[in-house]
Design a protein around this ligand. Structure first.
Ligand code: NAP
Length: 337
């Protein structure tokens, strides 16, 4: 099967590089254009700093960075790893030109006609594409993955929502430095420190989770930046309908098998840890490619009923790998033919 040409917007950033590493040997997709800002225009990709372990994939080293313009860098599938403001202007231009844009940015996530998608949780959200095309007159479409913190939280809660119904969620996060992109938070502000504010993050989690789980649940998020390189940890307390015991909650999480047959889908999106000191970002966030969410310390909560710890890779499950999974679902459902 000929591979589908793709454009990567924001190819030089933290998420863009992870996307390229995943796309280097993807069975369905082949990179045709790399684009970023005017700062990178015309530069040879191999001459730019590669910030992941190992070398820049050979396939991209000679590629010149292009302008993020659909007239010159069009492909039927576009991955957007752009800053939100750039995404607000550029993603619609590519969608209007006929591309399906799989976005990591926040710009369109809460639009009622835009799928906010985690394939294991709400594949039916793709049905919104018809309405989006009708309303906006686009031949293409925009599909969004949620904020990285929301994705990890949603994967931890989706099986519980299905089994019992989630009513109230209190989540305190400890978020990695890579979540802020490159160069992100200045090292002198972060090393040996905790920053109790991530602009816009708490509101994103509080608004995205109800859209994703299609439920008017109450969410309170407390987000912190910590000096961890990769992997967001989340301390979650949850009130579930009927007040199930922690053992029943553990069983519902262990039982959940969404059975998604896509190249980037993890065999099991939830990994339950049995020891009290796991999950930990350094040991678990990137295990097996970083597409699973790790859970541990499921126990009774005097406030809301049950509490647990969740951990996931913000740049993989929460961004690059999540966007790729969305594209694979769109391809499998015939949206890209
Ligand atoms: P980043 O490292 O700062 O990269 C931003 C990218 O956007 C760079 O390639 C940059 O190109 C490009 N860019 C900026 N302004 C542009 C413009 N006006 N026109 C064209 N390209 C432009 O950020 P990141 O962490 O990769 O995040 C990318 C997106 O994913 C953001 O929307 C972010 O919120 C979202 N996200 C990130 C994470 C994470 O864990 N990092 C998780 C979930 C979602 P230059 O190099 O040329 O400046």
């Amino acid at each position: 099967m000929a591979r589908l040409p793709v454009t990567v917007l924001g190819a030089t950033g933290v998420v863009g590089q992870r996307l390229l590493r995943r796309l280097a040997d993807h069975p369905w997709f082949e990179v045709a254009h790399l684009a970023a800002s005017d700062r990178s225009l015309g530069r040879r990709y191999g001459d730019l700093p590669w910030r992941l372990p190992g070398a820049c994939p050979e396939a991209f080293a000679e590629t010149r960075l292009e302008a993020a313009d659909p007239r010159t860098a069009f492909a039927p599938l576009v991955f957007s790893a752009l800053d939100t403001e750039a995404a607000r202007a550029l993603e619609p231009a590519f969608a209007a030109a006929g591309a399906v844009v799989c976005s990591n940015a926040a710009a369109f996530r809460l639009e009622p006609d835009v799928p906010l998608l985690v394939p294991e949780i709400n594949p039916e959200a793709l049905d919104l594409v018809g309405e989006q095309r009708r309303r906006r007159g686009w031949k293409g479409a925009i599909l969004c993955n949620p904020n990285c913190t929301t994705t990890i939280l949603a994967l931890a809660l989706a099986p519980l929502h299905r089994a019992f119904g989630v009513e109230v969620v209190l989540m305190a996060s400890l978020q990695a430095a890579s979540g802020a992109g490159h160069p992100g938070v200045p090292s002198l502000d972060l090393l040996g420190n905790v920053v109790p504010h991530i602009p816009g993050e708490e509101a994103k989690v509080e608004m995205e989770l109800p859209k994703l789980l299609r439920s008017p649940l109450t969410v309170s998020a407390l987000c912190h930046r910590v000096p961890v390189v990769e992997g967001h940890t989340e301390a979650i307390s949850v009130r579930l309908r009927g007040g199930p015991a922690p053992e029943a909650v553990r069983e519902a999480l262990a039982r959940w098998r969404p059975g998604l047959d896509l190249p980037s889908a993890p065999e099991n999106p939830l990994i339950l840890h049995g020891t009290e000191d796991r999950p930990q970002p350094r040991l678990d966030a990137e295990a097996g490619g970083g597409m699973a969410v790790h859970l541990g310390r499921i126990r009774a909560c005097p406030l809301l009923g049950v509490k647990l710890t969740a951990l996931g890779s913000n740049t993989e499950r929460g961004a690059a790998g999540g966007a790729l999974l969305n594209a694979e679902l769109a391809m499998a459902r015939g949206l890209l033919t």
